[in-house]
Design a protein around this ligand. Structure first.
Ligand code: PHE
Ligand code: ZN
Length: 895
C-alpha cells in the first residue's frame, strides 16, 4: 500500500517568478547514450530583495554550476531530487550549468529521447527540466540561442527553433549548427531534432509579401507521403490570414514526423514535431479520415503560432486558453475546407458534417469525463500531474466555450475580440480571464448594460449542464411560450462535498427554430422580429420567452448547430423526431433528431434484452432511415452521418447502471434489422456511390466512399447473401486505403469465413513494412467481435508489437481496453488492463495514465463488473512504485 501522495497544486497559489530570464544560450553535445548540455542563463531580478533561485530538473547528472563565471562549491547550492537551488547575491547575474541526460534510457518520450535512429525533444508541459535545470514554467519567456553538435553521418540534420545562423564541420566526423529564435518563448516551446530525414519544401509568401520556407521532414524513404501535409500547411497559413488576419512571423516553418510520440503533435516555435500518423499519407496507406485528421492537426499546430505561442499561458491552469481556442480554430478551418466553393444550404450541410463529427467526439470522450471522478472545469482548480489534464474537457469542451463566445458575438464581433486580445497581450503569458476580458470589451458594445460575468462560470464549473424545455401553446393568441430550465448536478469530488458545491446558473446560448406539422419552417416572432433561428441567451435558472405569430403548435428544433455543450431534456413523441429528421432546415438538428430516435430504440432494446425479451422490429426507425436513404437532396457525406447509429460509448453513457454488453448486443441487433429491412436500398446506395477515377481526398469523393462503406457494412450486418462477395471484391480490387479498410473492417466485423481470415493475412503480407498501416491491422483485430484477452496476448507476441511505441500500444491495447466493450468487460479483461497499466507505467507514465482512465466510471456499472473493476483498480493502487501520473488517476477513481 502506498502512503506517499504527490502534492496537489492549486490554481490560487500562483506566484510570479522572482526573476526574468531574457537570454538563454544552450549548447548540446548530442549523443544517444550521454548528451551533455551547457546552459548559460542570464537572470534579472523581478522582485524586491535577493530571492533564492529555484530551478527544476529531472533525471539529470549535474557536472558543474557557476555564477558569473565562478564555479560553485557543493555547499553553495542545494541539489534535491527535482530542484536545484542557488542563492545569488546580485540583481543581474549569469548562471552556467553543465549537465548530462541519457536519451537512450528515456522511454518516457518527454525531454530528449531517441526514436529509431533520430533524436527528438518534447517539452510541454514539463519536459524541459529533463534537458537542463531551468525555471520550467510558461510565464518565464526568453530568447534562445542554440548550438547543436553531433556525429555528422548519423545526424546529418540538426534542427532547433527559429533561424539557422551557421553550420560547420568539426573534427572527428562531428558537425555543428547554430540556431537563433528571435521570438521570446517559454521553454515548453523549445525543440531539438537530429537525424537523417527526407525533406519536402515549398517557398511561400505571406499576405504582406514576406517569404516563408515551409518544410516537412520525415523518415528516410517516406518523403513520398508528405505532399498532403505540405499542402495542408500552406492552406493553414492562408486561412489564418484570410479568416483572422494573422500572418506567419517566421522565415521558416518546419514540421518533423516522429514515429514515437506521446500525443498528436507539438507546436514548438517554428519547429513543430508531429506524430507521424498526422503527417504521412498517400492513397494506398491512408484513409480519407486520416487525410482529414492530418489537415486538422496541421492546422491546429500552425494556429498555435498565434494562439499559444505569441500569446501563451501564464500557468498550466490556463491550458484551455491556448487549447480550447486553438481547437475551435482548427474546427473552423476544417469546416471551411469542407465548404470550400459552396454557398447557402450546401455550405451549411458541408460544415454540419464537421460539426456532427466534433459533437460526437465531445459526447463520446468529454461527457463521460465530465460525469466521472476526473471531472474538472475547463480551467482546472488543482492537479497533481499536469500531464493528466490534457483532456477532452480542456480541449473539446474548451473549444465549445470559445465557440459559444463566437456565437454570442457573431463572426465579426469575435474577430474584433480576438484582435483586441492580441493588441493587449501580444508577447505575454496570460490567463483565461484576460481572453474573456477582450471578448467582453466587444460584447458590451453590442449589448449595452450586459456583460460576460455569468458566462465566465463556464471556466469554473465542471459537469454537463442539462436544459429542460417546456412549451406552452396559446391557440387563440397564436403565441407560444418556451421555458428553459437549467441544472448541473454535482460531479467528481463535488459529490463528496458537504455542504454541496454551489453551481450557479450559466450563460447558455440556446439556438431554436420551429416547424409546422407539415415540416415547413415557421418564422416565430420575438421582440418584434421574425427569424428562422432565434438565439436565446439563458442566464438564469429558469427563463421564459414568448413568441408571436405562431399559427399552430410548433415542432421545436432545439439547440441548433449544438449552440452549447449541454444535454437537452424535452419530452416529445417519436413522430416529432421523424418530422425533424425529414425536414429540419438546420442540418445539425436534423441529424440530431434521427440520432435521438435511434437512441430511444436502442435503449428500449437494451432494456428488453435485460429482461430476456425479443422486441418486435421497429417501423418508425426503419421508415425514417428508408426516407433518408432515398433523399436525393442530401450529400453522401451527410447521409453517411445521418444513417449511422450512435456510438456504443454514447449509448453506454445513457444506460444506468451502465450495461456494456447490452449496448453492444442492442446496437448489433438494430444494425442487423436495418441492414436486412433496407437491403435493396443499401444495395442501390452501394452501387450508386461510385467515386470516379483517380483517388482524391476531396470532401465529395470522400463522402461517396464513406456512404459506400456504410452501405457495405449494413449489408454485411443484415447478412445479405451478396454482401461478403461484394466486400471481398472491394477489398481485393481497392484502389485506395479507404475502400480497402472499409471492406476489410466490414469483413472482420461481420464474418468468420476463411476468406475473411485470408484477407486479413493478405493485408498483413502487403503492408507489414508500413508501421502506420500495421497500426490499423492491430486495431482492427483488437476491436473485432470475438476478440478476447487471449487474442490480444497472442497479438502482443507478434514481432511487430512493442509496448514502447505509443502508436502500437494504442492500436492494440488501448483499442481493446477502451473500444472492445464485449471483449474487455469481464474479470480477465480487467485484470489484463491493470497488468498493462502497470507495465506501461514502468516505461511511459503519460501513456500509462491515459490507459489508466479506461474505467474511470467503474462505479456506474452493475455487479459483478463493478466489484471486479474496483479490485482491478485496487491492484494498481497497491503497487509499490507508481508514477505521479497513474497514482493521481487511480486515487481519484477510488475516492
Ligand atoms: N500542445 C499540443 C497540442 O495540443 C499537445 C501536446 C501536449 C503534445 C503535451 C505533447 C505534449 O497541440
Ligand atoms: Zn494544441
Amino acid at each position: 500500500m502506498r502512503t506517499d501522495t504527490a502534492p496537489t497544486i492549486s490554481r490560487h497559489d500562483y506566484q510570479p517568478y522572482p526573476y526574468r530570464l531574457p537570454q538563454v544560450k544552450l549548447s548540446f553535445d548530442l549523443d544517444p547514450a550521454r548528451t551533455r548540455v551547457h546552459a548559460q542563463l542570464v537572470f534579472e531580478s523581478a522582485s524586491a530583495g535577493w530571492q533564492p533561485l529555484v530551478l527544476n530538473g529531472q533525471d539529470l547528472e549535474l557536472e558543474s554550476v557557476a555564477i558569473d563565471g565562478r564555479p560553485l562549491r557543493a555547499d553553495e547550492y542545494v541539489l534535491q531530487a527535482e530542484t536545484l537551488t542557488l542563492h545569488p547575491r546580485a540583481d543581474r547575474y549569469t548562471v552556467d550549468i553543465v549537465s548530462v541526460c541519457k536519451p537512450e534510457q528515456n522511454s518516457s518520450l518527454m525531454g530528449l529521447y531517441v526514436s529509431g535512429s533520430q533524436l527528438f525533444t518534447q517539452c510541454e508541459a514539463e519536459g524541459f527540466r529533463r534537458i537542463t535545470w531551468f525555471p520550467d514554467r510558461p510565464d518565464v519567456m526568453s530568447q534562445y540561442q542554440v548550438v547543436l553538435r553531433a556525429d555528422k553521418q548519423k545526424y546529418p540534420l540538426l534542427l532547433s527553433n527559429g533561424n539557422l545562423l551557421e553550420q560547420r564541420d568539426l573534427p572527428d566526423g562531428r558537425h555543428e549548427a547554430r540556431w537563433e529564435d528571435p521570438h521570446p518563448k517559454p521553454c515548453y516551446l523549445f525543440a531539438v531534432v537530429a537525424g537523417d530525414f527526407d525533406c519536402r519544401e515549398e517557398q511561400a509568401r505571406t499576405q504582406s509579401g514576406r517569404p516563408a520556407l515551409l518544410q516537412v521532414y520525415s523518415d528516410r524513404g517516406s518523403g513520398g507521403k508528405t505532399l498532403w501535409a505540405l499542402e495542408c500547411l500552406r492552406r493553414s497559413l492562408e486561412w489564418d490570414e484570410r479568416r483572422f488576419g494573422l500572418e506567419l512571423d517566421l522565415d521558416r516553418f518546419m514540421i518533423v514526423a516522429a514515429r514515437d510520440f506521446n500525443m498528436g503533435a507539438m507546436e514548438n516555435k517554428g519547429l513543430n514535431v508531429f506524430n507521424s500518423s498526422y503527417v504521412l499519407a498517400d492513397k494506398d496507406t491512408a484513409t480519407d479520415a486520416a487525410y482529414r485528421a492530418i489537415e486538422a492537426v496541421i492546422g491546429h499546430e500552425y494556429f498555435h503560432n498565434w494562439t499559444g505561442n505569441r500569446v501563451t499561458c501564464r500557468d498550466w491552469f490556463q491550458l484551455s486558453l491556448k487549447e480550447g481556442l486553438t481547437v475551435f480554430r482548427d474546427q473552423e478551418f476544417s469546416a471551411d475546407m469542407l465548404a470550400q466553393g459552396l454557398s447557402g444550404a450546401e455550405a451549411a450541410s458541408a460544415r454540419a458534417v464537421k460539426r456532427i463529427d466534433d459533437v460526437s467526439t465531445l459526447r463520446i470522450a468529454q461527457f463521460p469525463e465530465d460525469a466521472g471522478p476526473m471531472a474538472h472545469p475547463i480551467r482546472p482548480e488543482s492537479y497533481q500531474e499536469i500531464g493528466n489534464f490534457y483532456t477532452a474537457t480542456v480541449y473539446e469542451k474548451g473549444a465549445e466555450v470559445i465557440r459559444m463566445q463566437h456565437t454570442l458575438l457573431g463572426e465579426e464581433g469575435f474577430r474584433a475580440g480576438l484582435e483586441e486580445y492580441f493588441r493587449r497581450h501580444d508577447g505575454q503569458a496570460v490567463t483565461c480571464d484576460d481572453f474573456v476580458d477582450a471578448m467582453e470589451s466587444v460584447y458590451v458594445q453590442k449589448h449595452p448594460g450586459k456583460n460576460l460575468g455569468v458566462f465566465r462560470r463556464w471556466y469554473a464549473q465542471a459537469g454537463t449542464p442539462r436544459v429542460a424545455v417546456d412549451l406552452r401553446y396559446d391557440a387563440d393568441a397564436h403565441a407560444c411560450a418556451v421555458t428553459l430550465t437549467q441544472r448541473c448536478d454535482p460531479v467528481g469530488i463535488e459529490k463528496l462535498q458537504d455542504p454541496p458545491a454551489e453551481k450557479p446558473p450559466l450563460h447558455i446560448p440556446f439556438a431554436l427554430g420551429m416547424l409546422d406539422r407539415s415540416g415547413a419552417a415557421l418564422k416565430p416572432e420575438l421582440d418584434g422580429t421574425a427569424r428562422d433561428t432565434v438565439l436565446l441567451e439563458l442566464r438564469e435558472a429558469q427563463q421564459t420567452w414568448t413568441f408571436r405569430n405562431v399559427p399552430e403548435r410548433p415542432v421545436l428544433s432545439l439547440l441548433r448547430n449544438f449552440s452549447a455543450p449541454v444535454i437537452v431534456e424535452y419530452e416529445r413523441p417519436d413522430t416529432e423526431l421523424m418530422l425533424l429528421a425529414g425536414h429540419d432546415t438546420d442540418p445539425f438538428a436534423r441529424w440530431e433528431a434521427g440520432q435521438e430516435l435511434a437512441t430511444r430504440r436502442l435503449l428500449a432494446l437494451v432494456g428488453a434484452l435485460r429482461q430476456g425479451q425479443d422486441p418486435a422490429a421497429d417501423t418508425a426507425l426503419v421508415e425514417t432511415w428508408r426516407r433518408l436513404l432515398g433523399d436525393a437532396a442530401l450529400t453522401p457525406a451527410y447521409k453517411a452521418r445521418v444513417l449511422s447509429l450512435p456510438a456504443e460509448k454514447e449509448l453506454l453513457e445513457k444506460t444506468s447502471p451502465m450495461d456494456p454488453l447490452g449496448v453492444v448486443q442492442a446496437r448489433r441487433q438494430l444494425r442487423a434489422q436495418l441492414g436486412a429491412a433496407l437491403a435493396p436500398e443499401w444495395l442501390s446506395a452501394y452501387h450508386s456511390a461510385q467515386d470516379a477515377g483517380d483517388y482524391s481526398p476531396d470532401p465529395l469523393s470522400a463522402g461517396l466512399r464513406s456512404l459506400k462503406n456504410l452501405a457495405l457494412s449494413m449489408l454485411m450486418a443484415g447478412a445479405h447473401p451478396q454482401a461478403e462477395t461484394l466486400a471481398l471484391e472491394q477489398y481485393y480490387g481497392a484502389g485506395n486505403m479507404t475502400a480497402r479498410m472499409g471492406a476489410l473492417s466490414a469483413l472482420v466485423n461481420h464474418s468468420k469465413s476463411p476468406e475473411c481470415a485470408q484477407a486479413l493475412s493478405h493485408f498483413y503480407e502487403q503492408w507489414q513494412h508500413d508501421p502506420l498501416v500495421m497500426d490499423k491491422w492491430f486495431a482492427l483485430q483488437a476491436t473485432a467481435p470475438g476478440t478476447t484477452v487471449e487474442t490480444v496476448r497472442a497479438l502482443m507476441l507478434h514481432p511487430a508489437f512493442s509496448l514502447r511505441n505509443p502508436n502500437r500500444a494504442r492500436s492494440l491495447i488501448f483499442q481493446f481496453c477502451m473500444n472492445n466493450l464485449e471483449g474487455v468487460h469481464h474479470a480477465d479483461g480487467y485484470a489484463f488492463w491493470a497488468e498493462q497499466v502497470i507495465a506501461l507505467d514502468e516505461l511511459n507514465p503519460e501513456i500509462a495514465a491515459r490507459l489508466a482512465r479506461a474505467f474511470d466510471n467503474w462505479a456506474r456499472f452493475a455487479e459483478p463488473q463493478r466489484s471486479a473493476l474496483r479490485s482491478a483498480l485496487q491492484s494498481i493502487q497497491d503497487r509499490e512504485k507508481l508514477s505521479r501520473n497513474v497514482a493521481e488517476i487511480i486515487s481519484k477513481a477510488l475516492k
